[in-house]
Design a protein around this ligand. Structure first.
Ligand code: MG
Length: 367
């Protein structure tokens, strides 16, 4: 099998709730997502998706996905898409860094591998132990009362895990955490995700103020060293997200005992091939994972479900169904949330079929 063409489609994904806010006054109303179609000489095609959380979250931006694909696309024509490790190396030879550009290509080739083998991606990713994935709901940064109201509403939709967007004024953040914890029952999981928004002294104040609450703290400060300093002064369980961007940072953090769990975003690390390696290292070192992506629609959600659904249950802290946050469907066959949970498809590959009218005409075609 050889790659004969690579196409990219730009899709807009409006948020059902209108707007999503997080630290440092960032917000998004309509996501700009890129769907990649890898076409082969056999007639089989595979699909991937990359949707950065705006341009100020990670070193990634929506137009950058397309610019990067323009750069590497021509070098991938003629390659065997089923040799994923070789493809990964070829993409690195064509463009250093920029893992988020390569992620949708890798995901599309994983989709092709599954279609060629007649197996769902979750089997190819190592297992299928967790066929029922407990989801978390992200809660946009609002007033403490509004966030507590939303937490209770999402609980009524079946969610049992909640991630508060904090990382703002520490006094307001303390009130946000207290209000939301009070609105939830014991056994319901609450994560306060600062998304790098606190300085060290602000983080120190927050973790001291909420030390007796049953909560997790996620990525308190921008840099790894600052997060490690916060880790060393709190007994609260800590999750690292933005600071873990690949194997190098993961190995260092594992050596330092810097976290209890990580947030593994498929596009942040460059696709399913690399995410699987990170996932497997975490499993062997006892680190649980929230498995998700920077955002996306049906195809991104399907990829999350396959990686999460092949992860040993005790290490799957949570996952996300981004396709339920947005109002536009872009593929048939994607997981649909039921009582706060989702399942990976048992159809070959990712198990999704893009909706042509939703994709429109390609904005990029190579080959
Ligand atoms: Mg996070």
């Amino acid at each position: 099998m050889r790659i004969s063409a690579i196409r990219a489609y730009r899709v807009e994904l409006p948020l059902r709730e209108g707007r999503y806010n997080w630290s440092n006054d960032n917000s998004v109303s309509v996501f700009d997502s890129t769907v990649v179609e890898v076409v082969t000489d056999t007639g089989l095609a595979g699909y991937g998706e990359c949707c950065p959380l705006g341009p100020a979250y990670l070193p990634a931006y929506a137009e950058g996905v397309r610019a990067g694909l323009r750069e590497i696309g021509g070098k991938l024509i003629g390659l065997d898409p089923l040799r994923l490790d070789l493809l990964d190396r070829r993409m690195d030879e064509a463009l250093r860094g920029h893992p988020y550009v390569k992620a949708p290509v890798d995901i599309a080739c994983f989709d092709l591998l599954g279609k060629a083998a007649g197996l769902p991606a979750h089997v190819l990713l190592g297992g299928g132990e967790t066929d029922d994935i407990a989801l978390y709901r992200a809660i946009s940064q609002e007033s403490p009362a509004e966030m507590a109201r939303k937490a209770a509403g999402y609980r009524d939709e079946g969610y049992g895990k909640f991630q508060l967007k904090v990382g703002g004024d520490p006094d307001v953040d303390i009130a946000r955490i207290e209000a939301c914890r009070a609105a939830l029952d014991r056994g319901e999981v609450l994560v306060a995700d600062a998304n790098t928004g606190w300085t060290m002294h602000e983080a120190a104040r927050v973790v001291a103020a909420v030390r007796d609450l049953d909560i997790y703290i996620e990525q308190p400060c921008r840099g790894y060293e600052e997060c490690l300093a916060v880790r060393r002064r709190t007994a609260l369980p800590l999750i690292l997200d933005e600071a873990i961007d690949g194997i190098g940072t993961l190995l260092r953090a594992l050596g330092d005992g810097a976290m209890d769990a990580i947030n593994l975003k498929i596009s942040k690390v460059g696709g399913l091939t690399r995410a699987r390696l990170i996932r497997d290292l975490c499993v062997r070192r006892g680190v649980a994972m929230t498995i998700e992506n920077t955002w996306g629609g049906d195809i991104a959600t399907a990829a999350i479900a396959h990686l999460a659904g092949s992860t040993p249950k005790e290490f799957l802290f949570s996952a996300t169904d981004f396709n339920s946050y947005v109002s536009r469907r872009i593929a048939e066959g994607a997981p649909r949330r039921e009582s706060g949970r989702m399942r990976a498809s048992d159809r070959p590959g990712l198990g999704v079929e893009p909706l042509r009218e939703a994709l429109g005409q390609p904005v990029l075609e190579i080959g």
